[in-house]
Design a binder for this molecule. Structure first.
Ligand SMILES: *Cc1c(COP(=O)(O)O)cnc(C)c1O
Length: 498
């Protein structure tokens, strides 16, 4: 039988891949997981000769069997084109004894581009397939990165609109400029006189607003979500682990079949879960190193078997990992219970009720594929400085967390297998932290991000990405500023429902 998807909380809730992409979250609150792992022949000597797009097709057709070849190829070609500044899309760089998989050559210079540049095409194709005649409206609240990457992906994609809310005083100067200069006739950016949590709650409220939903339907619209639990984001992320392994074979760093480790800077557990699926389909991965910043809820989970979100929250220099509820972990829990939806549902009930749960000894044994640890702010800063001094390579703070945790792992376990460090953002996305680390100084709050970009360039000689230079001259296209209480009328106004 064809591969289908079912909910982690109810294995009778079965849908096709395209339906899972359209729905995002399952109706019972669970996440969609494949009904089994697809059988894919991974001949790495062959894969080593293939382009990123060809590898993407091989992997994605197996996980999304109800898409035709023509449909998938069209999605892949629209996503992984000149928007990526490196023709390899996800180049692998040898730096000292490690390899850095650079996932930051897309439109917003961070790893979210890898999935969000293809999700809109998967979604519109899925809509056609399922005879959905409505136009898709994506509604998101963002603390900076995801909203921008989603807009870049959805910009000018036919039969879609995207509305993004961001807290006016809660994003960096570069992030704000990225928002207000967003191109595309179907993109709408709204600054809020309020904080991110309020915006997030309000978006959830709008999603569940029955009368608004009806109003939308009457005008030929329906809401959808681009968040990281959608399998349309997860599946494209499996691709770059297969591609990275093939590149190692191509570069003769390993022979086909040799084991490697991967180290992933982790927040919502989406990126590393894709690595776990890559291992399940046959990529020879030894350990999946789950790297946390001081919000080390996952690091503690892998070390103790207890997930406990009841703890202080820290604002760190790696903000995309400042997360205490890692949504995608539910999928791993499901697999650790040997695919038992009743048990998974019970763990998630405990998480909602108590903010914590403890897995069983047999589940812990199964979780031994993972190693969890964290890097402090000091360790992250030292890592950026040391790697630049020794190797002339500049890491962004998220990537530095992964590298620092890898060093702890390898020293402790005397494991010196070839290791891929997943590089999730360009250092130019966080110039204040990186410049401060390189200069051994405190972050320079008073200097604006654009002069820090120049300074980082002087210090590192790394080319400034065009995504950053273009920002300086790009025309401002969005200037709405509203109060959080005005979000619903603003959506109604943008969509012309009034
Ligand atoms: C989102 C993000 C992460 C965390 O990835 P998850 O899939 O949420 O674990 C790490 N680094 C950067 C730069 C990100 O944008």
């Amino acid at each position: 039988m064809n591969l289908m998807y079912h909910s982690t909380r109810d294995d009778q809730n079965i849908v096709t891949a395209s339906q899972a992409i359209l729905q995002g979250l399952a109706t019972d609150g669970g996440l969609y997981v494949p009904t089994g792992m697809p059988k894919i022949t991974l001949d790495f000597d062959q894969l080593a000769k293939m382009s990123y797009q060809e590898v993407a097709y091989l992997i994605m057709q197996a996980f999304l069997p109800d898409f035709t070849k023509e449909e998938l190829v069209a999605c892949i070609n629209k996503a992984y084109d000149q928007k990526f500044s490196d023709e390899k899309v996800a180049p692998l760089k040898e730096v000292g004894e490690q390899y850095y998989l650079e996932l930051f050559h897309g439109a917003t210079i961070a790893f979210k581009d890898m999935a969000l540049s293809i999700l809109p095409h998967l979604m519109t194709t899925a809509a056609e397939k399922n005879k959905v005649d409505k136009e898709i409206v994506i509604l998101t609240a963002t603390s900076g990165d995801t909203g921008k990457a989603a807009m870049a992906g959805f910009a000018d994609v036919p039969k879609t609109k995207i509305i993004v809310f961001y807290p006016k005083d809660g994003v960096s100067a570069i992030q704000e400029r990225q928002m207000v200069t967003q191109k595309g006739e179907n993109t709408f950016v709204v600054a809020l006189d309020g904080n991110f949590d309020d915006a997030q709650s309000k978006v959830k409220e709008l999603f569940n607003d029955v009368s608004l939903k009806e109003e939308l339907a009457n005008h030929g619209y329906q809401f959808s979500s681009a968040n990281s639990i959608n399998i349309g984001r997860l599946v494209p992320q499996i691709v770059y682990y297969v591609y990275a392994y093939a590149q190692l074979v191509k570069d003769k760093a390993i022979k086909s079949g040799d084991q490697i480790n991967i180290s992933v800077p982790t927040g919502n557990f989406g990126n590393i879960l894709a690595g776990y699926y890559a291992k399940q389909i046959g990529v020879p991965i030894n350990r999946l190193i789950c790297a946390s910043n001081p919000n080390k809820v996952l690091s503690d989970f892998f070390q103790t078997g207890t997930y406990d979100r009841n703890r202080p929250f820290f604002v760190t220099s790696s903000p995309s990992m400042d997360i205490l509820i890692s949504s995608n972990l539910e999928r791993l829990i499901y697999h650790l219970t040997n695919d038992n939806s009743q048990k998974t549902k019970e763990f998630m009930r405990q998480l909602i009720k108590n903010g914590s749960y403890q897995i069983t000894p047999s589940m812990r044994t199964k979780a031994a594929d993972f190693y969890g640890n964290f890097a402090s702010e000091e360790e992250t800063k030292a890592e950026i400085k040391n790697t630049f001094t020794a190797q002339n390579y500049v890491e962004d703070p998220h990537t530095a967390v992964a590298a620092a945790v890898y060093r702890k792992y390898s020293a402790k376990n005397q494991d010196h297998l070839p290791t891929v460090i997943v590089a999730t953002a360009s250092p130019y996305k966080f110039p204040n932290v990186v410049v401060a680390a390189l200069q051994d100084a405190l972050p320079l709050e008073s200097e604006d991000d654009f002069s820090l970009v120049e300074k980082l360039h002087e210090l590192s000689k790394v080319a400034i990405p065009s995504a950053v230079t273009e920002l300086k001259t790009a025309p401002i296209r969005h200037d709405r500023v509203i109060k959080t209480s005005q979000m619903k009328p603003t959506v109604i106004n943008i969509l012309g429902l009034d």
